[in-house]
Structures are given as C-alpha cells and as structure tokens.
Write a protein that binds this ligand. Structure first.
Ligand code: BGC
Length: 755
C-alpha cells in the first residue's frame, strides 16, 4: 500500500511533528494516536537481539529477552563471505519480525584504526572495501524481512576513550578512503533504513550536527534515502542537528528538545519544511515495517543456535599449523584453560546478548566421546592461575598426545566504553602456554578474543586457532574444527602486528581526550605495514586450511582501462590437497606511478570458493576506475592518474601469487592555477599546459635553461630534467631565462589555456 505521507504530515500539528523527532522511551518511537501513527521498537544489534522488556539501558547491563548470540563482527568479517552475512541478516530479520522489532541497531562498521579500540570486537575490519561489502550483504539480509537496519557509528568513531566528546581530526582524504568508504558502499548498495550518527566530533563538529557529513556526503553524494538517528544520547544542539540532517533523537523523550524545535519554527529560525522532511523520512521508514509485518514469524531458538554454530565454524581462522591439526580421532588430548568449559563468546556493552544456550568445546568433545582430559588452570575472569593449575596442566599435557590450550581475553580486558591499554593476553596465560609448550610439542592454542593479541610464543606452538568472539555456538564449532569435521576457512580481516609499538596509530591513539589526530592518514592496517615493509605476526587476509590451494592463469579482459570501463579479472584456483575446503581469493590494486601518498596495495575484490580435492574453479571479479582511484582533495573527487597499475591476486596481503599490469588513462583534469610558484614539472604533467611549456623549452635553445638540457651523457641529462621539473616559474627569471614581464605574460597565457 502506497501511503500518502505528505497528506498525513499536513494533518499533524507542529508539536506532533516535533514530537516525532525524538523517541518515546529508551527503545520506542512516539505514537500519534490521534492519527493512528503507531510506536515501533528498535533494539541492539548487531549480532543478536537485545530486546529489553524491563529496565532499559544502552550498556547491556540490564536483562533482555533470551535470544541467539551469533558470532560478533570481528569473527563474521573473517568469513570473507557475503552469503554468510546475508544469511545472518535474514535470520536476524526474521527474529525481529517474531519479536516485533522494527529496526535492528547494526551493522557496526567503524574501521579498526588501532587494535586497542575497546569495541573492535563489534567492528569488522581495518579495510573499508571488505567492510562495505560485508555490511551491504548483512543489511540486504535483515531488510529482506522488512525490518530496518541502522548502520553505525557514523563516523570516525574509532576509539572508546572520551567517545562522547572527543574530536577525530582527520583529513578529508583519509575520511573518504578509509573511514567513510565502508558506509558509502553499504548505503549505495543496500540503502539501510537508518544511519546512526556517532557521539564524537569530526574535525571539531559533532557528528549529530555535522551538515557536511549528514546532508552533503551521506545524502547528496551517496543518495541515502532513510533517516539519521543519534547514537543513544549523542544529540548536541538539537535544532542545528535537524538542519544538518539529523532526524531522530534517541533515547526519548526529548521533551525539551522537541520544544526547541517548535520554538525555532515559530520564531522563524527553522524552516518548517526542514522539519517536514525529517518527519516524512521517519514515517516512510516506520511504515515500511508496519505495513509489512510478518505476524506468523517464529523465533526458532534451537534452529538459529545451529546456524550460529555453523557460522562460527566458517569464521574461525587457522593462524598456524604444523600438521598437528586436525587431531587424530582416537588421540588422547588434554584441554587446558577455563575457556574450554566457559568460552568467551561475546563482548561487553550494548551488543550483549542473553543467550538461549551456550555450548563449550569441552561439552562438545564429551558428547562425542572424545578422549579429552580437562584442567581449568586459570580463571576465565581474571589474570589469575587457579591453585596448582600450572603444574597440573603441564603434567597432564606431558602425559597426553596433544594439548589444546583455550586462551583468550577475560570480559574486563575489552568492552564497549573503554579501550585496551596493551595488546597482551593475561600474564598467567602467556606463562602457562610457555610451560605447556616446554613439555608438549603438540600444543595447540585456541584464542577467544575480540581484537589482536601479541603472541610471543607463536613460533613454538604447533597450531593456533583464532575463534574470536564466536557467539554461543563457538564451542561446538571449535570442536568440529579441531577434530577435522570442518576445514577452517576464515581469513584475517585485520593484521596481527608483532607488537603494539608497530601499529600505525601508536603515537596518536587515543589522543589527549579532546582531540585525536589521525596522523597516519590513509596508512591504516596492512596499507601501513606493507608500505613500510614492517614484519607482522599474521598479515591481513592470512588464514590456513587443512588443504592447499594453487593459483594460475590470472587474466585481464583488457590491458587498458579508461574512466568508464570495467575490467574483468579471472584467476584459476585449484585444491591441491586431499581435503575439501574453501579459499578466499583476494584481489589487490597497486599504483605503479609513484603517486604521492598511495599505499603499497589496496584490497579491491575477494571471492570465497569451495573446492573438492583436485577441483579447479575460475574466479571472476570486476574492477572499475574507482578501484584505481584515491580521493583527490583539490579535485574533490576520486581520481586515478593515468599510468600503470598492477592487479595482484593472492591468498593474503603478504602472499601475492600472481600479477598482471594494466594501463589506465583518465580524462579527468586536476585543477591548476598558474602562478610564479608553479613548477615546470606541474605544467609538463598537465595535458593542457604541457605543449606550451615544451615549445617554450625548445625555444629556450641556447639560453641558460636550454644549457641545462644540452650535452652531457644521458644520466646527466636525466638529472638536469629532474631539476628542471622542480623549477618554479619565478626561478626562470632568477636564472635570466625570461624577463619578469615575459614571465607574467606566460602565466596569463597558461591560465588562459586552462580557463
Ligand atoms: C551504543 C550503540 C547502541 C546504543 C543503544 C550506544 O551506547 O554506542 O551502538 O546501539 O547505545 O544501546
């Protein structure tokens, strides 16, 4: 049914319209009973439903109804699997219909600028391309059930420290390329019904009243059609916010702010049309749910638990393996560490789910009658050994054929609301791992953490399996992976650095509390490590399998590219091992033109393929001009300089298997205004001014400038040309090549050519 929203709005009083711009309570919008406009509920998000029936809070402290806790985004991103994300979204969307929830507050897509951000477990990746594709897939899934999403936290909210007031000081280039690009892709491809603006300021202006961010970038540039909601309590100046494109204030009731909106319209400082537009957006989203209720939807917790288990298995990343995994069916194994019995499977804060059931790796092993002995050894809550734990663990490990240590971060080590101070596991766990490694060479370490940890013992471990915060099914998933019922196929969506000191934001995280300078610019994650060739523990994209994959025949549909063309890239992948498995083919692009400030390579495609032993499949991906481009601040647009680019296909950012080159030609011209400071190099690069300058240089002939180019061997000539390129026009006067009047004339002429 098409509703006539304009008519409905025309029947509303000013107070009713302003009232709709804030919620009724913690989770509900305001109804307008007189006109039959119902209240609807929204709920966190993102990896399960936190529906609070009683006392409400935004920090996950009070109870919520039992739901299914799926793997957190740190894990699902490691799936590199858009189909999995859509399935997750569809499942959550159906659960929402069953629970009468109109909007699920997710996905959370902030970039992992530092491994220390307390909320990294809820975020996807250090890479915006991967983030955008996965977020779009999730949104499509949820919204296919006519439930809205709220992509968050828009934008540049990359730390928890003073998140409600700190200003993220970021260049537009880094914003566009790194911090906004994931949102952009999701908005353009999947139109989330709502966007949640973040608490923080961006370059001095709160996101909730940032006209550039909300109206210009989000709406004008990207074509966002839904409404913008504040993060809970993120409103600052309400009227300014409304003008800037903020529609809904949460939680409600924002009675004082509603009154300010009314007052502003009455006094003429706010155009009522701005309010009407916000109300229309709110109503459109509201009715897209209300008019498409699925009254028969059932929340099948048992079935969804099974999905949670399957997903956790798809997300785990096998970081190391010397062949000890998978464990032999009848092996006598010792499970060490409390996480074997009480796994850490979710993070703290607003995304905290009340799980319908949690199964541990230990229970799963016992249910399958595996020969497993268990020694808890350390506390799951604190950095503390249990009495006799270390000795008992070492003795049991020595007796067994293999040991599996279930290590990880206790809840208090990472959470929404504060950042980590270091990247270490609890000290006692490192100590225990070393003690067990000393007596049992077949030691496997399983990790339960939401963000990278330093693993100083990594080289001694026989295998390391990263389960992340894998949701309530993590234990069963872990069992399947350890014992070879599933083949690990996750890939790291973030780099594991060797040390915290190696991270690109190390000197500028988390700032002084008022401002945080994103001084590393676009060099985030592997963009930094690969450009600086800094060794890391495990690279972005890394992940092992119980089989081997071979790459061959990288083929480009053309050797040349232009602004409007699409390049098809094909590559053959073969499973060379004895086990069926999945490979994630990753495609990176490298600018080979020496353009300033471009990372060594950037992810621009990925595809996950299942292959039986011996099977070969051709993977096909597409690249457009955008994939070769960076954000040029002078142009205010995406720009790829004409020249040579490498297309790289590989298994990880540090494991490139094949390369093919493509020649790109752009018709885009960079803005240029010629002055005395303009260099000959700049003029020679621009196709409009180059011919004039070349002619001038040819004419300079015997003069001092000409002399620089004449005679000598080729390398001397090259040196002279390089020096010439750096000469500003004013230097031509100093060297007597032209008179001041001639230089002025030349400048006028060149600007004429450019006009
Ligand atoms: C969080 C949001 C969450 C909201 C509602 C805020 O503190 O930052 O991610 O959706 O609370 O719980």
């Amino acid at each position: 049914m098409e509703r006539d929203l304009k008519k409905l709005i025309s029947e509303m009083t000013l107070e009713e319209k302003a009232g709709l711009c804030s919620g009724a309570s913690f989770w509900y919008t305001k109804p307008v009973e007189r006109l039959g406009i119902p209240a609807v509920m929204m709920t966190d998000g993102p990896h399960g439903l936190r529906k609070q029936a009683g006392n409400a809070d935004h920090l996950g402290l009070n109870d919520s109804v039992q739901a299914v806790c799926f793997p957190a985004a740190c894990a699902t991103a490691a799936s590199f699997d858009t189909e999995l994300m859509t399935e997750l979204g569809e499942t959550l969307g159906s659960e929402c219909q069953a629970e009468n929830i109109s909007i699920l507050l997710g996905p959370a897509v902030n970039i992992k600028r530092s491994p220390l951000c307390g909320r990294n477990f809820e975020y996807m990746s250090e890479d915006p391309y991967l983030t955008g594709k996965l977020a779009a897939a999730y949104i499509r899934g949820v919204q296919s059930r006519n439930v809205g999403t709220s992509i968050k936290h828009f934008a540049a909210n990359n730390q928890e420290y003073n998140r409600m007031s700190c200003s993220s000081e970021v260049s537009e280039r880094a914003l566009r390329e790194i911090y906004l690009a994931g949102f952009e892709e999701a908005v353009k491809q999947a139109q989330p019904k709502t966007v949640m603006c973040s608490y923080n300021k961006i370059n001095g202006t709160y996101a909730s009243e940032n006209e550039w961010l909300l109206n210009k970038v989000l709406r004008d540039d990207w074509g966002f059609e839904g409404y913008v909601v504040t993060d809970w309590g993120a409103v600052s100046d309400r009227v300014k916010g409304l003008k800037a494109g903020l529609d809904l204030e949460m939680p409600g009731p924002g009675t004082a702010n509603d009154a300010k909106i009314v007052q502003a319209v009455r006094s003429g400082t706010l155009d009522e049309a701005v309010l009407d537009r916000a109300v229309e957006r709110l109503l459109r989203v509201l009715y897209s749910y209300v008019d498409h209720r699925a009254p028969d939807a059932v929340f099948d917790r048992a079935a969804d638990h099974e999905k949670a288990v399957d997903m956790a298995a798809e997300c785990a990343v096998l970081l190391e393996n010397n062949g000890v995994l998978p464990l032999k069916k009848d092996a006598k194994v010792c499970y060490i560490g409390s996480f074997a019995k009480t796994p850490r499977y979710q993070g703290g804060g607003s995304s905290h789910i009340n799980p319908s059931k949690v199964t541990s790796a230990l229970e799963a092993a016992q249910a399958k009658n595996r020969s497993v002995r268990y020694v808890p050894a350390f506390s799951a809550e604190k950095d503390e050994l249990l009495p006799g734990g270390l000795e008992e663990a070492a003795a049991a490990a020595k007796e067994a054929e293999a040991a599996v240590i279930f290590a990880g971060l206790p809840d208090s080590f990472e959470s929404e609301g504060y950042d980590r101070k270091h990247m270490n596991l609890p000290k006692v766990q490192d100590e225990l791992i070393r003690a067990v490694l000393a007596v049992q060479p077949n030691t496997v370490v399983v990790l339960h953490n939401g963000s990278p940890v330093e693993c100083p013992w990594a080289e001694q471990a026989a295998a390391i399996l990263e389960m992340y915060l894998g949701g309530q099914g993590v234990g069963e998933a872990c069992d399947r992976l350890l014992w070879g019922e599933c083949n690990p196929c996750g890939r790291l969506a973030e780099t594991f650095p060797l040390r915290l000191q190696d991270t690109p934001s190390y000197l500028n995280f988390p700032g002084d509390g008022k401002k945080v300078h994103y001084a590393e610019g676009v060099y985030v994650g592997y963009r930094y490590y690969d450009s600086k060739q800094i060794p890391v523990r495990w690279a972005f994209g890394h992940g092992m399998s119980y089989t081997e994959f071979e790459y061959a025949n990288l083929a480009l549909s053309s050797g040349i590219m232009e602004d409007d063309s699409t390049l098809t890239v094909r590559v053959d992948v073969t499973n060379r091992g004895k086990t069926a498995g999945k490979e994630v083919v990753q495609l990176y692009v490298r600018d080979q033109n020496g353009t300033a400030g471009r990372p060594d390579k950037e992810l621009k495609g990925f595809a996950k393929v299942f292959l039986n032993p011996g099977e070969t499949k051709t993977v096909s991906m597409q690249l457009t001009a955008r994939d070769f481009s960076y954000w040029n601040e002078e142009l205010g647009d995406w720009y790829a300089p004409s020249g040579s680019y490498a297309v790289l296909a590989g298994h990880a950012s540090d494991d490139i298997r094949l390369q093919a080159d493509v020649q790109f030609t752009t018709k885009k011209l960079l803005p240029l205004t010629v002055s005395m400071s303009t260099t000959l190099g700049e003029l020679l690069k621009d196709p409009r001014t180059a011919p004039v300058v070349q002619q001038m240089l040819a004419k300079a002939g015997q003069g001092p400038v000409g002399a620089m180019l004449e005679g000598g061997d080729p390398s001397a000539k090259a040196m002279a040309q390089a020096m010439l390129a750096g000469l500003p026009l004013k230097a031509l006067i100093s060297f007597g090549a032209v008179s001041p009047e001639q230089a002025e004339g030349l400048i006028a002429m060149l600007n004429g050519v450019l006009a």
